[in-house]
Design a protein around this ligand. Structure first.
Ligand code: UD1
Ligand code: CA
Length: 454
C-alpha cells in the first residue's frame, strides 16, 4: 500500500506561523502522527503533498517520505493530481489528510480488508456523526452507492444525512489515474473535488464502495487550536488507558500527560500533574509526582520523585528525588541516592548511596558513592568564561554551606568543615577547614552599652 497524505492546507484558522500539520499533539506533530499511523497500517511508501510552507515541513519530517508541492491550492482532487506521477496503475493508494491525527491504524486496516475482499476500485471510509455540518455526505440513492456531496452543494434533503466522508480513501491505482484527468471545477467551491472520482470510477464501470467505521471521534479534523486541544485530550485519554491496562496506576488520569514512546513499568503510581516526555523510561514500582515533568530520562525501579523537573538524566533504583529538585541534562544519579528539596544537579555523576538532602548545587561534578552533601553545598563551577569539574571521591563528607571552587578534588573519605571555601585538593581521610577562626569577645554587650551612655 502507498499512502498519499494531503497537507497543503493553509491552516489559516490556526492563526499561526507554523504550518497547521506541524502543530504538535502529545509531543509529536499532527503530520508525524498521521505518518506513523499509516506506517503501522502497512503503508510502505509515503507521499506528502505540501503547499507553500513545503520547506518548513520537509525539514521537520524525519521519516523517509516523498514530498510533492502543490503550488496552487485548487482542491483535494488537484492535490492528488500533483502526486499522480508517483502513483502506479498496480498500486493500492491510501489517501488521508494530514490534519486528522486521531485515526487509528485499525480503522485503516479494516478499510483495506473490505477494499481487497470486495475487489473495489475505490472504497471510502465513512462514519456516522451527530453533527455532520461542514462534511461531505454519503448520498446513497436507492441503496446504490453513492456519491459524496459537499456541504456547499447539498440539497435540502441531503442536509439530514449523518453519514459523512472522513476524507480517507483506498483507490486502485489505475482507477484513480484514469479518474483524475476527468475531474472538473463545476461545483460551488470552484475546486477539483477528489470526491468526484467516485462517480467517475462508477461511470467507468468499476466498483465504488463505502466502509462505514464505528468510533467517529477518531476522524475528527483539526482546524483550530480549540480543536487541537480537544484532539489532544482524546489522544491523552487513549494513551493513559493503555498504560493503566498495562499496570500503571493513575490517581487522576485527566491530569497526566504521557507522550507516545514513553515506557512505564508495572505498579508505578502516577500522582496528578505528571508530564512524561520524549524517550522517557520508568521502571516498575516507582512513585512519580505530583506535578513532575520528566523529559528523556531513564528512571530505574522503585524510585520516588515528587514535584520535580528532570531532563536528559538517569536515576538509579530506590533513589528519591524532590520535592522541588531539578535534574538538568547529563545528570547520572546512582542507586539509593537522595536528591532532596532545592537541589540542582547538572552534568554530574553521583555514585550509589550519595545524598544531597537540601539546598545544594552539584554541577559539572564527578561524585563517588556514599558521599554526603551538607545543606547549602555549592560547586563553584564557572569563572565567567569556562566551566570546570569538581571531583569528590567515595565516602567524602561535605559540611554545610561549603563552596567547592573548581577545578578541585576532595579525596576519598575526606571531611570538609561546614562553612569552608575549598580551593585546593583535600587529601584522603583528612579534614579541611577553610574559614576564619571564631573570636568570642566576652562581655562585649556591656562595653558597647557603656560607650553609648558616655
Ligand atoms: C474534504 C472532503 C469532504 C470530507 C472532508 C473530511 C473534498 C472535496 N471534500 O472536505 O468530503 O468530508 O474533507 O475532513 O475532498 N488539501 C490540499 N490541497 C488542496 C485542498 C486541500 O492538500 O488544494 C488538503 C488539506 O490540507 C486537508 C485536506 O486536503 O488536509 C482536506 O481539505 P479541506 O479543504 O479541509 O477539505 P474539506 O472541505 O474539509
Ligand atoms: Ca477539513
Amino acid at each position: 500500500m502507498k499512502a498519499i497524505i494531503l497537507a497543503a492546507g493553509e491552516g489559516t484558522r490556526m492563526k499561526s506561523r507554523l504550518p497547521k500539520c506541524l502543530h504538535p499533539i502529545l509531543g509529536r506533530s499532527m503530520l508525524d502522527t498521521v505518518i506513523q499511523t499509516v506506517q503501522e497500517a502497512g503503508a510502505k511508501e509515503l507521499i506528502v503533498v505540501t503547499g507553500h510552507e513545503g520547506q518548513q515541513i520537509r525539514e521537520a519530517v524525519k521519516e523517509p517520505v516523498t514530498f510533492v508541492e502543490q503550488k496552487e491550492r485548487r482542491g483535494t482532487g488537484h492535490a492528488v493530481m500533483t502526486a499522480a506521477e508517483h502513483i502506479r496503475p498496480e498500486d493500492t493508494a491510501l489517501v488521508i489528510c494530514g490534519d486528522t491525527p486521531l485515526v487509528t491504524p485499525e480503522a485503516i486496516a479494516r478499510l483495506c480488508e473490505q477494499h481487497l475482499k470486495d475487489a473495489s476500485a475505490v472504497t471510502v471510509l465513512s462514519t456516522i456523526v451527530d453533527n455532520a455540518f461542514g462534511y461531505g455526505r454519503i448520498a446513497r440513492t436507492g441503496g446504490r452507492f453513492p456519491k459524496i456531496v459537499e456541504q456547499k452543494d447539498l440539497t435540502p434533503d441531503q442536509m439530514e444525512i449523518k453519514e459523512i466522508n472522513t476524507g480517507i480513501y483506498l483507490f486502485h491505482g489505475r482507477a484513480l489515474l484514469e479518474a483524475l484527468p476527468l475531474l472538473n471545477t463545476r461545483n460551488a467551491a470552484g475546486e477539483y473535488y477528489l470526491t468526484d472520482t467516485l462517480e467517475i470510477i462508477q461511470a467507468n464501470g468499476l466498483k465504488a464502495d463505502v466502509y462505514c467505521a464505528p468510533d467517529p471521534e477518531q476522524f475528527m479534523g483539526v482546524n483550530t487550536r480549540v480543536q487541537l486541544a480537544r484532539a489532544a485530550e482524546i489522544l491523552k485519554r487513549r494513551v493513559n488507558e493503555q498504560f493503566m491496562l498495562a499496570g500503571v496506576t493513575m490517581i487522576d488520569p485527566a491530569s497526566v500527560w504521557i507522550e507516545r514512546g514513553v515506557v512505564i513499568g508495572e505498579d508505578t503510581l502516577l500522582y496528578p500533574g505528571v508530564i512524561l516526555e520524549g524517550a522517557t523510561k520508568i521502571g516498575p514500582g516507582c512513585v512519580i509526582g505530583p506535578n513532575t515533568r520528566i523529559v528523556n530520562c531513564e528512571i530505574n525501579h522503585d524510585v520516588e520523585i515528587s514535584s520535580s523537573v528532570l531532563i536528559d538524566s538517569h536515576v538509579g533504583a530506590f533513589s528519591t528525588v524532590g520535592p522541588f529538585a531539578y535534574l538538568r541534562p547529563h545528570s547520572h544519579v546512582g542507586a539509593h541516592c537522595k536528591i532532596g528539596c532545592f537541589v540542582d544537579v547538572k552534568n554530574a555523576t553521583l555514585g550509589d548511596n550519595t545524598k544531597a538532602a537540601h539546598l545544594t548545587y552539584v554541577g559539572d561534578a564527578d561524585v563517588g558513592s556514599g558521599v554526603n552533601f551538607g545543606c547549602g553545598t555549592v560547586t563553584v563551577n564557572y569563572d565567567g568564561h569556562k566551566k570546570y569539574r569538581t571531583v569528590i571521591e567515595d565516602n567524602a563528607f561535605i559540611g554545610c554551606n561549603t563552596n567547592l571552587v573548581s577545578p578541585v578534588t576532595v579525596k576519598e573519605s575526606a571531611y570538609v568543615a561546614a562553612g569552608s571555601t575549598i580551593t585546593e585538593e583535600v587529601p584522603a581521610k583528612a579534614l579541611a577547614i577553610a574559614r576564619a577562626r571564631q573570636i568570642n569577645k566576652t562581655g562585649w554587650i556591656h562595653q558597647s552599652q557603656n560607650k553609648t551612655e558616655a
